[in-house]
Design a protein around this ligand. Structure first.
Ligand code: UD1
Ligand code: CA
Length: 460
């Protein structure tokens, strides 16, 4: 790999009109992470030292996402859309700053891997000044074609300008390119817009380099890696590719999945060893699942931390801030949000645990609700270690149930319960002996039914 430093320029000025969306194209998520963030993660993984992101006009959210992902990223604005080379030159100041090699990456190519970017940067050596990432397209239409002369790349021909013979070439331009630092700016500035589209084509860098007696090379990668996303259908297809990758990675890391195709992961989902995931489970962003945990079928987790050996679901919902201790159990139709469940604690059926803490070994009965919201603000509920909350209880926050305390079934708890106490907050049951018989009206002749009357009539 090249020892020279590298500047990555990520083009994110795409209009994305074919997405039919209010959201800028590169902010559409794949596996719970924006396309731009995927590309930036690959760029970072490839060890580039500096990152410039080129955004379109009025793209504050795109700039924010870039800085959120890579705080040191420089953001440049391409005010008019005049082609890929024009977009790269929006970052001229950064290119001019140093003689670092320049790596150009498209923001709408989210499946690109860090390894491939590394290979591309590494291809710039004492022979090659330009390296282009190519792929064999099943259907090459619409792509630029790589025109080779032996192992040398001599031109990239955009479809509109290609001859019939050139259109037969199936080696296509994936759009990514690396340029040697010392000559990058000179090559880029020589690109003109005298072509069918009247745009400054980055692809012309190859013929220009050739004219400067500089060599260009092409590397090949799988088509999947350079899929460009322009439509929702392509977005869904890229999602499928990404999900497949994430499932394979999880299986490789020691996760058991009974039906991997039904498990949906986020790019940042983290698993320990010997985790079991049953069918139809969704992991939104920010989940960590520790060793030996079991996630039962039809559970939905987002921003949740599941401790070692814990059991979740079936049909559990863990929302952001759910933190499950070792060997705890959260069962069917239980929702946990912004709450800690202590080691070995259980909430096995039909409960809402929001904004609070459940101590180690506590038992939350079926139908228990943490009433955390008073219409204006959220309040916390604390349940102590070893406490027992009887079924169908409402804990009205802010409230504390002490260690080892008991709450009788059906209670509405509005006052703190001291450790070891029993709290009962419900109407007292009254039994009225013999009440039923006493209330019965005096026995009457049973009223004649319609059918009985009818029968009588017909008899007559
Ligand atoms: C480009 C390549 C083509 C390649 C294909 C791969 C050029 C001239 N052509 O074509 O050879 O096969 O990608 O997908 O490079 N962009 C800007 N500002 C602009 C124009 C484009 O930021 O003024 C960004 C877009 O947001 C996008 C990327 O550059 O991320 C590529 O632009 P696009 O118009 O999609 O290029 P293609 O016609 O697909
Ligand atoms: Ca494109």
């Amino acid at each position: 790999m090249s020892k020279r430093t590298c500047l990555a320029i990520v083009l994110a000025a795409g209009e994305g009109t074919r997405m039919r969306s209010a959201l800028p194209k590169v902010l559409h998520p794949i596996a719970g992470r924006s396309m731009l963030a995927h590309v930036l993660a690959a760029v970072r993984g490839a060890g580039t030292e500096a990152v410039a992101v080129v955004v379109g006009p009025n793209s504050d959210p795109v700039a924010e996402e870039a800085r959120r992902t890579i705080p040191k990223a420089q953001v440049f604005t391409q005010t008019e859309r005049q082609g890929t080379a024009h977009a790269v030159l929006a970052a001229r100041a950064e290119i001019a700053k140093s003689a670092a090699d320049v790596l150009v990456v498209f923001g709408d190519t989210p499946l690109i891997s860090a390894d491939t970017l590394k290979r591309l940067r590494g291809a710039i050596d004492h022979h090659a000044s330009v390296a282009v990432l190519g792929f064999r397209a099943a259907d090459p239409s619409g792509y630029g074609r790589l025109v080779m002369n032996g192992h040398r790349l001599v031109a990239i021909r955009e479809e509109r300008e290609a001859s019939d013979l050139e259109r037969k070439i199936d080696l296509c331009n994936g759009g990514l390119m690396a340029l040697r630092g010392e000559v990058a700016l000179e090559i880029l500035e020589r690109i003109d817009n005298k072509n069918a589209k009247g745009e400054f084509y980055l692809t012309d860098a190859v013929t220009i380099a050739d004219g400067m007696a500089l060599e260009s090379v092409a590397l090949e990668t799988a088509e999947d890696e350079v899929r460009g996303i322009n439509t929702r259908l392509q977005l869904a297809e890229a999602e499928a590719v990404m999900q497949r990758r994430l499932r394979v990675a999880a299986l490789d890391a020691g996760v058991t999945m009974i039906a991997p195709d039904t498990v949906f992961l986020s790019a940042d989902t983290k698993f320990g060893r010997d985790v079991t995931i049953e069918p139809n489970v969704v992991f939104g962003p920010g989940c960590v699942i520790e060793d030996d945990a079991v996630i039962h079928a039809f559970s939905h987790l987002t921003g949740a931390h599941v401790g070692r050996g814990a059991s979740v679901g079936p049909y559990a919902r863990l929302r952001p801030g759910a933190k499950l201790g070792a060997k705890s159990r959260v069962g069917n139709f239980v929702e946990v949000k912004e709450a800690e469940i202590g080691a070995g604690a259980k909430a096995n059926h039909l409960a809402y645990i929001g904004d609070g803490r459940v101590g180690d070994g506590a038992n939350i009965g079926a139908g228990t609700i943490f009433c955390n919201y008073d219409g204006k603000a959220k309040h916390r509920t604390e349940v102590g270690k070893g406490a027992f909350i009887g079924s169908n209880s409402a804990l009205v926050a802010p409230v504390k149930v002490g260690d080892n305390a008991y709450v009788g079934s059906g209670s509405v708890i509005t006052d703190n319960v001291p450790p070891g106490a029993l709290a009962i907050g419900r109407g007292r049951q009254v039994n009225k002996a013999g009440w039923v018989a006493g209330k019965q009206p005096a026995a009457k002749k049973p009223a004649k039914t319609a059918v009985a009357k009818k029968k009588k009539k017909t008899k007559r």
